[in-house]
Design a protein around this ligand. Structure first.
Ligand code: AMP
Length: 214
């Protein structure tokens, strides 16, 4: 199993780009730590109940909690796949925990892609974001509009704004990204794995640029 980590600030398009890549390549699979956690909260699992408070505040959940969920999932995945990890790891502690899981799965960390987007664009992107509470599909009022305003293309459910996309919470998430996740860039650069991709543009062009560095 090959692993590609997609790194970037909230609003940098990690989920959208990883999703498009996975749609285009049969053996590529998009794994979003945020989606896993949101599902656990919805299902009221013990992990979901523990994670909920952190998520609503826009804080990161404890390293061990998300690392165990990711490890459970990675151990169940077919060996021939390439996993696109969106949102994990996010702290230096999680880098070490991911290394352990990779060794356990006999997987290979192929590359770490950083989606680079200026801060004013991040804020603008998050402001227009909405998701389907049923199937998890993501939209944006101008960049990825649903066919019918406010309704999911896939399942017809009314779209909602994520609780943690409220402006105050977004500011906190951006600060936490700088503090907790930016140090990972240097760490992966030292390992020769980091690929920086300018990601302020049209989605198909960004997808092509990411493919080109993999
Ligand atoms: P996301 O959809 O990636 O923005 O994640 C939504 C929320 O889930 C984050 O604001 C965190 O509260 C939590 N979360 C997702 N991934 C992680 C992670 N790797 N470590 C800690 N918390 C996470």
């Amino acid at each position: 199993m090959n692993i590609v980590v997609i790194l970037g600030a909230p609003g940098s398009g990690k989920g959208t780009i990883a999703g498009r890549l996975a749609d285009a390549e049969e053996l590529w699979q998009h794994v979003s730590s945020g989606d896993l956690l949101r599902q656990a909260v919805k299902d009221r699992t013990p992990c979901g109940l523990e994670a909920e408070d952190y998520m609503v505040r826009g804080s990161l959940v404890p390293d061990k909690l998300i690392a165990n969920m990711m490890a459970d999932l990675m151990l169940r995945i077919n060996n021939g796949s390439t996993l696109l990890l969106d949102g994990y790891p996010r702290t230096v502690g999680q880098v070490a925990l991911l290394d352990e899981t990779i060794a356990l799965c006999q997987a290979h960390l192929h590359a770490v892609v950083q989606l680079e987007v200026p801060e004013d664009v991040l804020v603008e992107r998050i402001a227009g974001r909405c998701i389907c509470p049923k199937c998890g599909a993501g939209y944006h009022v101008t960049n990825i509009p649903p066919r019918r305003a406010g309704v999911c293309d896939n399942c017809g459910t009314a779209l909602i704004v994520r609780e943690d996309d409220a402006p105050e919470t977004v500011r906190h998430r951006l600060v936490m990204y700088e503090k907790q996740t930016v140090p990972l860039l240097e760490l992966y650069e030292q390992r020769g794995l980091l690929r920086r991709v300018p990601a302020n543009g049209r989605i198909p062009e960004i997808v092509a640029k990411v493919k080109a560095v993999l």
